[in-house]
Write a protein that binds this ligand. Structure first.
Ligand SMILES: *[C@@H]1O[C@H](CO)[C@@H](O)[C@H](O)[C@H]1NC(C)=O
Ligand SMILES: *[C@@H]1O[C@H](CO)[C@@H](O)[C@H](O)[C@H]1NC(C)=O
Ligand SMILES: [Cu+2]
Length: 291
């Protein structure tokens, strides 16, 4: 047996014991579109690591995520990528691709561009995902998930039976919510990558979500934006202390003792007035509300 044959044999034996195909989510809003190329597990170091090596430009539209509601995704084999309605038939010929289920999760990064592995906070987990019939899976959404016009979400799956592998597809998402604010805590995806060098997975040798996360919506901590009424009463007193500053961005904080008009407060996002001494110049710190 040549060494090449030996390697091939080992690969086949390993793979045959597991599956001959894998799974993905199907939606035009997924980075990479409805393409069967998205079914492969993450392979750190390869081009498919992180959001499957895809970019937002390859996606069409957005998935609407309703806070307090739920979002559905067909989780199916690559061969059914463009035909999710027929996934039961198409993927049924390859039942091993299901990997005996496992668990899936959805995460969100509150930014549109330059998203990084550490940006994702998990907001929903489903312990019975994928389903045996390769159908749609329901993900519950926390009621306090902050609104976002243009965010990046991801679906991840750690299979019950497989090699050391996990799956990740990213998609464009929009959150419809009564909550405006910033996520300050929760369950971060960076702690739930599996078999990705540089990321320690918590929860044992195969950290299935059912063993480490509740089923359904996940708790997230949110710093809600101050209402304009609060800002108004605060700015009346604090703006006066920076009245002489010349470094203040004029558009967002006029050096004046009158309250900042509500419209300007909104456009400035979360405005915190801190009379920090920097030399003799007081400065106004402005942190942007939503990215
Ligand atoms: C959230 O922000 C949007 C846009 O700035 C605004 O229209 C809406 O009233 C805000 N909602 C709440 C509950 O503050
Ligand atoms: C702003 O006003 C609110 C409500 O009056 C108050 O709770 C809060 O402490 C104030 N913040 C600052 C920085 O003064
Ligand atoms: Cu697989």
């Amino acid at each position: 047996m040549s060494s090449k044959t030996a390697i091939l044999g080992a690969l086949l034996a390993c793979h045959a014991a597991v599956t001959s195909a894998h799974l993905m989510i199907s939606s035009p809003a997924v980075w990479g579109g409805q393409s069967d190329a998205l079914e492969n597990p993450l392979q750190p170091g390869n081009e498919n690591w992180f959001c499957h090596g895809q970019s937002r430009e390859t996606a069409k539209g957005q998935v609407e995520v309703k806070a307090g509601g739920s979002v559905n995704f067909p989780v199916l084999c690559g061969a059914a990528a463009t035909n999710p309605g027929d996934a039961a038939n198409i993927c049924g010929s390859d039942p091993n691709s299901w990997h005996n289920g496992g668990g899936c999760a959805l995460s969100i990064a509150y930014k549109k561009d330059g998203v990084k592995p550490n940006d994702f906070v998990m907001f929903s987990s489903n312990h019975d995902c994928p389903t045996r019939n390769f159908g749609s899976v329901d993900f519950k959404v926390p009621a306090n998930l902050p609104a976002c016009d243009d965010c990046v979400c991801s679906w991840t799956w750690i299979p019950q039976t497989a090699g050391d592998e996990m799956y990740m597809n990213c998609f464009n998402c929009k959150v419809l919510s009564d909550t405006n604010g910033t996520v300050t805590g929760g369950t971060y995806l960076k702690d739930h990558y599996f078999s990705v060098p540089g990321y320690e997975s918590k929860g044992g040798a195969r950290p299935l979500y059912k063993d480490v996360l509740p089923n359904g919506e996940l708790k997230i901590d949110v710093a809600t934006s101050p209402t304009s009424a609060n800002l108004q009463s605060n700015t009346t007193t604090t703006v006066a202390t920076v009245a002489t500053s010349s470094t203040v961005p004029v558009a967002t904080a006029e050096a004046t003792s009158t309250p900042v008009p509500t419209s300007e407060i909104k456009s400035a996002g979360l405005v915190s007035f801190s009379p920090v001494a920097w030399g003799l110049l007081p400065v106004v710190a402005i942190s942007s509300l939503l990215v």
